[in-house]
Design a protein around this ligand. Structure first.
Ligand code: HEM
Length: 413
């Protein structure tokens, strides 16, 4: 264990104490976050005191039921960061890497109640309008284009050459952006989720590109999400439009690319699954559900803020405390999943898409991109196999997510 986390966290301490609470960032989490979640559950039960980057105190919700209680009760656990005590009292710098993930902004994620319904309605209507002509068609087109670039070489790194690009390229179509912009946005979205010093600068770059896009679409409307947002009867102002473009881009790309890589990892490290998928005996939807349970892409989700003093998982939570939602530890909670190895295909009560009023409105789009990405790859490249032993496949984790580093494959040409 890294020195910074060498001190034991005190049991029953209130979050304001943060001094000895576990730091949910840095080397310990980067190597094996699941070991960290298991240890925190053992030491603290369903809710653990932790610190986030900048030593900011928070509660990590580890229990499945406790996650559901928080997500289903926005009146007690608000998404509005303006009630966050550490922010209100000036302890969160504008340059903090937590700002892009947690700070209030004029998008639907940051609101509750009626303001949330208004903005979320615009997003769901806009997604429907822009995807009516078929996500799978765009996904098939871009999957084939990505594969064309390496099909003659007999080898590829599927993370760097496929999974990291496919969702963003499909999103450029949905948003109405040129595909070349999508390639630039891939790097910036990844940096925001990775946190660290550059997160704020990359966030600004994303906002600049999307601000230009909104201006172009005001002058030249098209059959895309951006135009649908601008023209929506909810009357979004310029800031709200850009904030929702940013939200959809980051929420959609980083999660979908992460799951696509994990599904391919699972399939390529298990020959039975691979041959089942190729022969059609196995359904890719079931494999995706397995990954959603075992490694949800947003492993820890930011965040909710207590609207009053209350109790959760035996802890006294105070008004203004920050809670981060352990979607991955919740999915592995032995209380709801006593047998961790039991098959979960067909069971979609996992937390990967969150729950309650903010539950992901783009899940069908994400699923369609992942399923198409797997289908096209397996059918374009017969004989596809891993080019390294499965044990050599490493991941890097931040507070929020764990991503596969590389997926080297080879195939006959
Ligand atoms: C496998 C893919 C995906 C996963 C696992 C996923 C997961 C999530 C999660 C965990 C949330 C947070 C909800 C909360 O704060 O409680 C969320 C929100 C959201 N997602 Fe997704 N997402 C995926 C794909 C997408 C796609 C493809 C889109 C759009 C094209 C999208 C759009 C959104 C939006 C707009 C929100 C905010 C909803 C709100 O606050 O009401 N997501 N997603």
């Amino acid at each position: 264990m890294n020195e910074q986390n060498a001190q034991p966290a005190p049991g029953g301490c209130p979050v304001a104490h943060g001094e000895a609470a576990f730091r949910l960032y840095g080397p310990d989490v980067a190597t094996d976050p699941y070991e960290v979640y298991a240890r925190l559950r053992k030491e603290h039960g369903a809710v653990a005191p932790i610190r986030l980057e900048g030593d900011v105190p928070a509660w990590l919700v580890l229990g499945y039921r406790e996650n559901r209680r928080v997500l289903d009760n926005p009146r007690q656990f608000s998404r509005d960061a303006r009630i966050w005590r550490d922010w209100r009292e000036g302890r969160i710098a504008d340059t903090s890497p937590l700002v892009p993930m947690l700070a209030w902004r004029p998008d639907c994620v940051s609101q509750d109640g009626e303001p949330h319904r208004r903005l979320r309605g615009a997003v769901t209507d806009g997604l429907l309008a822009a995807t009516g002509r078929g996500v799978r068609r765009h996904a098939t087109h871009f999957a084939n284009r990505q594969i064309d670039a390496f099909a003659a070489t007999g080898r590829a790194d599927l993370v760097a050459q496929y999974t990291e690009y496919l969702p963003m390229l499909v999103l450029t179509r949905i948003l109405g952006l040129p595909a070349a912009e999508g390639r630039r946005l891939v790097e910036s979205s990844a940096q925001v989720l990775r946190g660290g010093e550059d997160a704020v600068e990359h966030n600004d770059r994303i906002v600049r590109i999307l601000g230009d896009l909104a201006e172009r679409k005001r002058a030249e409307p098209g059959p895309d999400f951006t135009t649908a947002l601008i023209q929506h009867p909810a009357g979004l102002d310029a800031d709200e439009v850009v904030s929702h473009l940013r939200l959809v881009l980051i929420a959609a790309h980083t999660t979908t690319s992460n799951v696509l890589a994990r599904v391919l990892q699972l399939v390529l490290t298990d020959t039975d699954r691979l041959s089942g998928l190729i022969s059609g005996e196995l359904n890719v939807t079931g494999v995706v559900a397995e990954v959603m349970w075992d490694s949800p892409p947003l492993a820890v989700m930011p965040g909710r803020f207590a609207t009053g003093d209350l109790e959760l998982g035996g802890r006294r939570i105070q008004e203004g405390d920050l809670l981060v939602l352990g979607l991955a530890p919740g999915n592995h909670d032995p209380e709801v999943r006593p047998d961790a190895s039991a098959a979960l295909q067909g069971n979609s009560s996992h937390l990967a898409f969150s729950a309650g009023p903010h539950e992901c409105p783009g899940q069908n789009i994400g699923q369609a991109i992942i399923e198409t990405g797997v289908d096209v790859l397996l059918h374009r490249l017969p004989g596809l196999r891993l080019a390294v032993p499965p044990a050599d496949l490493t991941s890097t984790a931040s507070t929020w997510e764990s991503r596969l580093d590389r997926l080297p494959v080879e195939f006959p040409v």
